[in-house]
Structures are given as structure tokens and as C-alpha cells.
Write a protein that binds this ligand. Structure first.
Ligand SMILES: Nc1ncnc2c1ncn2[C@@H]1O[C@H](COP(=O)(O)OP(=O)(O)OP(=O)(O)O)[C@@H](O)[C@H]1O
Ligand SMILES: [Mg+2]
Length: 308
């Protein structure tokens, strides 16, 4: 649904986006992850046809962002990272304004506005002025705005920034709902854990270049160069250490009080030997747990903290 081909943006001497190539399939929720200044906003603006690429191109729902601008605009809903100011406009007027801009007939607009307000949980604010909304509500209104023309593809630039925990959770639920509705979503963030439970694919960008992309699970596998198992014993951690040290599957052991962090061979399918070995040597085991790599770990493994 989104096909990005060697997309590049040069600002004078700075290459903000450097030959980015990414495919997002229909119905995917693609998490576009990168540190500040990585090139996320620049990429999204090019996809939204608001910024002209220096090189490369992209297709959205089959339309070229360089040559079929009007078609692209029709199929996308773009939520910018900053909310513009609209004085003296009521919530419904704001949405009506955008619906009109998308050439939706007056007769259909009322129903559409009610629907998107309901979806974003803003129905009670319909007659309020936009400037009187809280930040989280403005954010949701901004998302409501991107939905008025029922786009297939959503480009959301850090929609959760500045939201309190409750608002973040609500936003997450809303995004899940949009996924159920069959939308294809590209969402940027530098807060990784926020994306992990609803994105099925991710791309990590740093200094304008794509470091890795694909299904979260596959990336985790590729990157988990280490497999770590955390062991806690009731007492005598040295005995546990010596017992595990003898096992060929064990590469290294780090000690922290009664806790041991055991690195096992990647090809070791079954780590139950750890528990068995310890028990056989008379160690009292409190717990054995494999440490799962989360998005945060993936991010730290891939990015080197370089800022342009
Ligand atoms: N209009 C511009 N002119 C010159 N340089 C720009 C312009 N817009 C962005 N840049 C530079 O391009 C790089 C990428 O910026 P971009 O806003 O795309 O990053 P980002 O990944 O969205 O970061 P953040 O997480 O902070 O939003 C930065 O180094 C930025 O300074
Ligand atoms: Mg940005």
C-alpha cells in the first residue's frame, strides 16, 4: 500500500533522508522509529506530498507522490507533528472546513462529522471552541480531521507526543480500532514501547538511513545475538554459578547478588537444563526466566545515538 523507493531529501549539505526504501502492505501498522532528527518527519512530509524529494519517489495505493499528487491526497490522512492554530472555530466547524476542502457534499458532512467525533470520543465537545480544548483533545481532533474523507492510508507523525498516560492508552485503543477498520497506518515515534503492542512491522531510521525493517518478531530474532536467562537462587549463588559454568551451552554468567544472568548459545532450543542442573546440584531455585528482547533493546542495539 505504501511503496517507498530510494526516497532522498537533501537540505543544502545535510542529507535528512538518504535513499530510504520501505514497503508497507495493506492493513499493516508500520512503526517508523528513530531518534530526534533521524528524518521521520521529513519522510512523512514527502509521502504527504508537502515536501518535494531530492531523489527517489514513493507510491501510495498505487499513486505516485511526484506525479499524482491529487490522487495521493485523496487516499491519505496526514496528521502532522504540530497542531495548527484555528481561532474562533468550533470543533464541528473545524471538521466541516476540512470535509468541505475534501469536496464532501454538505448533506453528507453532518453524519461524517458525528461519526469521526464519536470515534475519537469528542462528541461532547462538538460545540466547543478548538482553542479551548486540552492538548490531548486537540490531538484527537487532529486525528478526527485526518479521517473525514475516509482515507485508506494514515500517516501519523508522533500522534502520542505530549499526551498523558490515559490519553496515550485511549489513542492506542483508537489506533487498534482503525486497524480493525482495515486502514494501513504508518506511525512515527521515538517511544518504542508505545508501538510494540499494535505495530506488526517496524522500520528503524537513523541519520536518514534505514537501519532495519520488517516484522517485529523477525527483527527480534535477527538481533537477539544473545539469549539471556535470568536465574534467581535462594542462597549460595556461587554454587549455582559453578554448576552452570560446567554446561557447554552456557557462554557466560553475570552475577548480581542471588541473581545470575546466564548467556546461552543461540542454537540452544531448550533452556530447561538450567533448572535441572541447579536442582541436581542442590541449589534452591527461586525463579528461571528467559529475558525477552523488547523494542527498547532493539532500538539500543541498532542505533548508535548519532545525531546530525
Ligand atoms: N526545512 C529544513 N531545512 C533544513 N534542515 C531541515 C529542515 N527540516 C528538517 N531538517 C533537518 O533534517 C533532519 C531530519 O529532521 P526531521 O524533522 O525529519 O527528524 P525527525 O526524525 O522527525 O525528528 P524528531 O523525532 O525530533 O521529530 C534534521 O537534522 C533537521 O534539522
Ligand atoms: Mg519529527
Amino acid at each position: 500500500m505504501i511503496e517507498i523507493k530510494a526516497l532522498t531529501k537533501q537540505f543544502k549539505t545535510l542529507t535528512a533522508v538518504d535513499h530510504l526504501t520501505v514497503t508497507v502492505n495493506e492493513g499493516d501498522i508500520f512503526g517508523f522509529i528513530g531518534p530526534n532528527g533521524a528524518g521521520k518527519t521529513t519522510t512523512i512530509k514527502m509521502l504527504a506530498t508537502l515536501l518535494k524529494p531530492t531523489e527517489g519517489y514513493a507510491e501510495i495505493a498505487g499513486y505516485n507522490i511526484l506525479t499524482q499528487v491529487d490522487d495521493v491526497k485523496r487516499v491519505i490522512g496526514y496528521m502532522p507533528d504540530f497542531f495548527g492554530v484555528y481561532d474562533d472555530m468550533k470543533v464541528w466547524e473545524y471538521l466541516d472546513f476540512f470535509a468541505a476542502a475534501y469536496k464532501i457534499e454538505r448533506a453528507r458532512r453532518k453524519q461524517i462529522i458525528d461519526d469521526v467525533l464519536e470515534l475519537t470520543d469528542l462528541s461532547v465537545k462538538k460545540e466547543d471552541y478548538v482553542e479551548a480544548l486540552s492538548r490531548g483533545m486537540k490531538q484527537r481532533l487532529c486525528l478526527a480531521k485526518t479521517l473525514v474523507h475516509d482515507p485508506k492510508v494514515l500517516l501519523l507523525d508522533e500522534p502520542a507526543s505530549g499526551l498523558d498516560p490515559r490519553a496515550r492508552i485511549e489513542l492506542r485503543e483508537l489506533l487498534k480500532e482503525l486497524r480493525r477498520m482495515g486502514k494501513t497506518i504508518l506511525i512515527s515515534s521515538h517511544i518504542l514501547t508505545e508501538l510494540s503492542d499494535f505495530c506488526n512491522t517496524i522500520g528503524i531510521i537513523e541519520q536518514g538511513r534505514l537501519r532495519t525493517s520488517g516484522e517485529i518478531e523477525t527483527i527480534k530474532k535477527e538481533l537477539s545475538l544473545k539469549r539471556l536467562v535470568e536465574v534467581e537462587v535462594k542462597s549460595d549463588p556461587d554454587r549455582a554459578h559453578d554448576a552452570l559454568q560446567e554446561r557447554p551451552e552456557v557462554h557466560s554468567i553475570a552475577m548480581d547478588g542471588n541473581r545470575l544472568l546466564v548467556e546461552v548459545a543461540l542454537d540452544c532450543e531448550d533452556t530447561s537444563f538450567i533448572f535441572e542442573t541447579l536442582v541436581a546440584k542442590g541449589c534452591k531455585v527461586v525463579g528461571v526466566q528467559e529475558k525477552e528482547m523488547n523494542l527498547e533493546d532493539i532500538f539500543m542495539t541498532i542505533t548508535e545515538g548519532k545525531v546530525q
